[in-house]
Design a protein around this ligand. Sequence first.
Ligand code: PXL
Length: 258
Amino acid sequence: MRVALTIAGSDSGGGAGVQADLKTFSRFGVYGASALTLVTAQNTLGVQRVELLPPDLVYAQIQSVAEDLPIHAAKTGAMGGVGIVRAVAEAVERYQIHPLVVDPVMVAKGGDPLLAPEAVQTLKDRLFPLATLITPNRLEAEALLQKPIRTLAEAEEGAEELLALGPQAVLLKGGHFAGEEAVDLLATRRGILAFRAPRIRTRNTHGTGCTLSAAIAALLALGKPLEEAVGEAKAYLTRALETAPGLGGGHGPLNHFA
Ligand code: PXL
């Protein structure tokens, strides 16, 4: 059996974070292990509380998994602050965790912060160079590059600039742009590929970023090439949005078993 590790935060509501990642790994028949970075008290209406775990405890969880299980792929999600980003980078280097998908989570769906502003630089300096793929949305790309990204041309330029920060590939997600289609751009050293899908009009969008990056990690764990993994994961996300169960009074979760 193939094994994927998620290094991410807990969403008590079950729609995002580690909970979304483990369900997604299971959907693809991949065994899921987890290292928790932070705990949120959260539901579909918002985040009521966030507590970060001590960085050495985050490292210890990764160490425990890596010393016993074969990690065929890993992903990172919410990391809270500088100390946890550093601990994760050290563990990834020490245990040679690869392929690694880095979802640069900064805020939860409702805008609640999940990464301290000063940790953005640490993420760029320490973790991006270790990443097989980073998966920023528009807002995260703007924060990483400190400039607005409004058009497709600006998105292409932004994806190339993010690639220059050291990851092997960048998936700049199109969910936060306008338009009938959601266009994701995959930038690698071989050039830029566009992945198109119809935009699903729904308020059940909680955990879309987590679910997409977890699906990519699962498909990489199964040995798929990156382009194929991204295409299949995006098709899965469209179906997960279309068949969302409609739970809760706010931004509801997806159907992770689509
Ligand atoms: O989708 C980003 C995200 C990541 N991790 C945790 C979250 C969220 C969004 O709510 O709660 C724990």
